[in-house]
Write a protein of this length. Sequence first.
Length: 201
Amino acid sequence: MTYQPYKHQSLAIERGKSGSLGLFMETGTGKTLVGQSLIEYHLNKNGGSSKALVLCPLSIIEPAWIDDARTFKPGLIEVGILNLNQERDWFRLYVQKLRINSKLDNRDRFLINKRFWIANYETFRVLFEELYWYQKEFDQFCTLICDESSKIKDHRTKITHSVLRFARLVDHRYPMSGCPAPNTPLELWAQAALIDPTIFG
């Protein structure tokens, strides 16, 4: 199915192409498709082995990100889902091989050639050290999307610290939420820092 964005989606996509952006759009306005369009744009622009990483709650990986990609973005069908036990364990072993310069096998090459990756926030926290080392060494993730970014609204939590630390290594960063600060404007702090890590010094 050919995807024709609505006007508000087109405006968000065009603005997001030029830099990091908060996609704070109400539920039902199609922010997932905006995020996928930006992933597609940056992957095509960067080419080669560049990758995109989406962090989101486990409950929306399949119904939102995977199903929408199947319907509207066939170029993003080859997706690595790091919260699956096999791929999570593989990534840890893969990073270990890279660190000791061990020989890679065909499965390593097949999986790492995937350019669109998804993890829930808990899995990201578990794999943080490996993901951070990999990105610092190879700089392959060009895009980071944090869906339901109110997950990092509390700047004191370990997951927020991990996400913001990783985000500093990624060129294009997009928090997404229909309700980014449900309790107090202070909950916008970490999400603003995700967009611009230098905003608060």
